[in-house]
Design a protein around this ligand. Structure first.
Ligand code: FES
Ligand SMILES: [Fe+2]
Length: 415
């Protein structure tokens, strides 16, 4: 961390698509009709991340997750062949939810996130139709009374697309999507392929249900312009200089993008932070690390990378930690947000202290981030503003996300 604090230019690592430089319309942030279009044209087309493979490690482990953006609910299950498959949670007999998973316990028991269970089959609670872990329908009571032409082999659980990248399970509304997961997430995924995700453990989850549009929610996590002011309490000297709000470098990859954050070289660690960094790794700026998959543009004064997988999944990576965000839209003005934090296992009590520091500093920061969302949404819905005045370079990710959503929606439904 040697470069002086001076006026800096952002390093653009990939060419930018045509981004409109002007104000951004408020309508996509408040309109129920626009949200219906987004469900059809974005969320039923894109690959969406929902969980990690180690959350259902054994044959018969499954989880049930709401998918409000599909107006549905899904089951992800590990089959006898160890493969993970996904299904809509609906019985093809008369539409009952096949799994009403009540075994919520453990860190993943939040019904806003998903519920977990284990079994050998799924039994519909209405008339008892029973499905194997691969979704196929077993022999049914009264099959001889079904109309002619009824084919049991065609009446398994309705399947969805499922694929895995670096332990992250992505789903697709289409059973056979137009693009494979890898085609969809490359080349952003390539930047992260060397990051050792498998060496990290889940250390914390924070989640919230917030009356905010999903894009406004995302926008609050993909620019640092606000950090100078909003995070002045939690990370004051990172936020005390305007340069902090300017990304070091930006990469735009089709619908996705990534941003490398700048670390203030004059940062003065707090006493707690000093202890954390002495024994381990924490979120605040510290030693550089030669771990693969970090700092793709080779920036000086590099802090961490924000990787944004369109439409609603983030993987933020740093030296010895990573965390993810999922932004799950519920309606045009409600979103469920889930943050999962991962670090290398703490081998000693001292390393555990560093982990605890990571957890609480991130908690304080995200409290600040969440504090603005509902009031901003409320006022956007007042109709007073028709447009938002977004900076060009500092908030380029906001601009790119907005442009991508408009492109996907207009592609299907030209206005
Ligand atoms: S609705 Fe499932 S068995 Fe009838
Ligand atoms: Fe923030």
């Amino acid at each position: 961390m040697t470069a002086p604090i001076t006026e800096r230019d952002i390093k653009w690592a990939t060419s930018l698509p045509e981004l409109e430089p002007g104000p951004i319309s408020v309508e996509p942030y408040v309109s129920p009709e626009f949200y219906q279009k987004e469900k059809r044209s974005v969320f039923k087309k894109a690959w969406l991340e929902v969980a990690r493979v180690d959350e259902i490690p054994e044959v018969g482990d499954f989880l049930v997750s709401k998918m409000e953006c599909w107006d549905s609910e899904i089951i992800l299950v590990r089959g006898k062949d160890k493969k993970i498959r996904g299904f809509h949670n609906i019985c093809p007999h008369r539409g009952m939810k096949v799994s009403r998973c009540q075994e919520s316990g453990g860190p993943f028991g939040d019904p806003d996130v998903y519920q977990k269970g284990h079994g050998h089959v799924f039994v519909c609670p209405f008339h008892g139709w029973t499905y194997n872990l691969d979704g196929s329908l077993r022999p049914i009571v009264g099959e001889e009374y079904m109309p002619e032409g009824f084919d049991r082999s065609e009446n398994g659980l309705p399947e969805i697309g499922v694929d895995v990248w670096n332990g992250f399970i992505f789903v697709n509304y289409q059973k056979e999507p137009e693009q494979s997961l890898r085609e969809f997430i490359d080349p952003l995924a390539q930047d992260l392929d060397d990051f050792p995700f498998e060496n990290f453990n889940h250390i914390a989850r924070y989640s919230a249900r917030c009356k905010s549009n999903w894009k406004a929610f995302i926008d609050a996590f993909q620019e640092a312009y606000h950090a100078v002011f909003l995070h002045g309490r939690s990370i004051p000297d990172c936020g005390s200089t305007p340069e902090y709000g300017v990304p070091n470098s930006v990469r735009v990859y089709g619908p996705h993008h990534s941003i490398s954050m700048w670390a203030n070289p004059a940062h003065q660690p707090t006493p707690a932070e000093t202890i954390a960094w002495k024994y381990g790794v924490s979120f605040t700026p510290g030693a550089m690390n030669d771990m693969g998959g970090l700092n793709p543009s080779g920036d000086d004064n590099w802090w961490f990378d924000i990787n944004v997988f369109f439409p609603n999944f983030f993987v933020d990576v740093g030296p010895g930690w990573y965390f993810t965000y999922n932004f799950r839209p519920v309606s045009e003005n409600e979103t469920v947000w889930i943050m999962n934090i991962y670090q290398k296992d703490a081998a000693t009590p001292s390393e555990k202290i560093a982990q605890e520091h990571t957890k609480v500093i991130l908690r304080d920061i995200v409290y600040e981030d969440l504090s603005t969302l509902e009031e901003a949404q409320q006022m956007l819905e007042s109709g007073v503003l028709t447009h938002l005045n977004v900076t060009n370079d500092m908030e380029v990710a906001v601009r790119h996300q907005h442009a991508t959503v408009m492109e996907w929606v207009n592609r299907d439904e030209p206005s």
